[in-house]
Design a protein around this ligand. Sequence first.
Ligand code: SF4
Length: 431
Amino acid sequence: MARGACPALDAPMLTGDGYLSRIALIDAITPDQLAALCSLSIAHGNGMLDISARGNLQIRGLTLASAAELEADVRALDLPLREGLAVEWSPLAGLETGVDPRPLGLTIMEAARTLRGSLAPKLSVVLEIDGLIRLDDLLADIRLVAAANAGWNVFLGGTRQTGRGIGCVSDENAADCVAALLDHFASLGPKTRGRQIDMSSLPENVQHHLKPATPLHRLPQQSLFGLFAVSHRTHALRIALPFGQIKAKALAEFAQQAEGFCIESIRPAPDHSLIVFGHEKACANLHGVAEQVGLIVKGDDPLRQIDACPGSPSCNSARLETHALGRFAASETPTLFDGSLRLHLSGCAKGCAHPTPSPLALIGTENGSHLVFCGKTTDTPIKHLAPTAEKAALAALARLIETTRRDGETNHDCLVRLGPGGIAAALGEGP
Ligand code: SF4
């Protein structure tokens, strides 16, 4: 699969542990359907299941032949599969009060069908409302953010914070405006991304839909976790997969128990999470089951602040036991995780778990590992660590923060103040 490509159910991607198929959903599924997907993971793959940072299910460890069988079996489950352009909205859409972005999203997907093959494979459209779970941090080629009264503010590229605003479109014209933008992307070539668009040369059929941007709600960002009410009759339990991955057998057990508790539906969600919907008591009952099968049940669990690829021994390219190291960091160096400092543990320089820059990254190499500060896995490291020195380095970093952090500083602020030189010095002698 070419660089920049995106795995799908009909386009598995070769990874270090075989082919990976992605199952993107546009709606929730039943606990029984989730259990069936777990069975398919065991039957066709290596029995490991991911939920990606964008909230897509992934089945790993496939061959090309078993991926084709998986596709046929998944289609037979009659799931609400998303095909074609990735248009994403809150997993609570339609359940919480406020704007329901789904009709607009479905119209955009339909309009994009004729452009299949002409758009960048990873191109995405994000529809953002100020709901209980926000998608602010997801990169989007086109982002529509619901305006305070009506209409949508349109941004190109980046996150909600970094995207470039091009104006506001009315509810009635939003789908046509996005369709015209997609046509423009296609006319510029199948690799065109939102961040590359020249704002001064937007075509007339885009511009005539746009008015000056209107004020946004600007509510503080929130991303609820654990048990919460979505509406007066529906509760939700949001839990997460450590490092975005779980054994299909464990998830199947969770799904079967959910069925037993009369949970109405389950939906994979951003940040490697899973949301179950049902009555309050059913969701509360499932909380203990989630913990038993190894899911993250607390929002402040340090594991939620660690990005780790499968690593060694799962991936053939790996030179670092990422999951074991991540569990060590979460339990032995919790000081590191105040919410400001994500840690990226990567088995090799490919950086599958977090392709964008991280505050701290440890990358396995042929000869020990690299520590990168505020960068990507391929950036120049501030320190080369000898083989098996990673745990000691994490402990030293935690001590450094404990002893040097000033009042009012976050961990991230503290390390930025110390700089690469100060951090490297605290880790001892050597390159
Ligand atoms: S980043 Fe991790 S999962 Fe990706 S190829 Fe390297 S070791 Fe394998």
